[in-house]
Write a new protein. Sequence first.
Length: 160
Amino acid sequence: MDLQFSAQDETFRQEVRRFLDENLPQSLRDGMRATPGVFVEPDIGQEWQAILHRKGWLAYNWPEDCGGTGWSPIQRYIFEKECALADAPSLPVLSLKLLGPVICKFGTPEQKAHYLPRILDGTDYWCQGFSEPGSGSDLASLKTRAERKEDHYLINGRKL
Ligand SMILES: Cc1cc2nc3c(=O)[nH]c(=O)nc-3n(C[C@H](O)[C@H](O)[C@H](O)COP(=O)(O)OP(=O)(O)OC[C@H]3O[C@@H](n4cnc5c(N)ncnc54)[C@H](O)[C@@H]3O)c2cc1C
């Protein structure tokens, strides 16, 4: 199996490096280096997201018809690797890598039209609320309930 990157892939890598050199400010690189945990500080993350969104590279793992790049798996790998090497702030996993692709694949046209642009322009920041006081690993013991009330749900419970 030939694991060498093609000449086209190397050209793509140079394009990504040029973009990072010209568009990733030192303040964001320093901010990412100073990030202690999984999630970057909102101001750093939002600034980098806006830069990538303007370029059309924010949803680099989404299909083109949903506002993504339609990049190949190798191109996505090269982009992620070059961003890591350049200390680019990490991107919000839940909206871009979990929820977004699911809406792209299974969402109705109305859901796509409503939720995807709001993820891309930073209006919405998604999180996943599983954990509850007393229910971490044991998701079967979750107590929060959603009760359908005509056109909405009444949710009772606590999340961590
Ligand atoms: C970086 C980070 C990000 C997170 N993000 C999210 C998020 O986005 N959404 C969200 O809902 N939650 C999130 N969490 C919470 C995470 O899901 C819980 O911390 C995890 O499920 C463990 O639950 P707990 O902390 O209540 O520990 P517990 O479930 O109380 O576990 C404590 C210890 O007991 C052990 N243990 C538990 N049950 C058993 C068993 N039956 N037998 C033997 N040993 C057992 C565990 O392995 C662990 O060592 C996040 C946590 C971290 C650290």
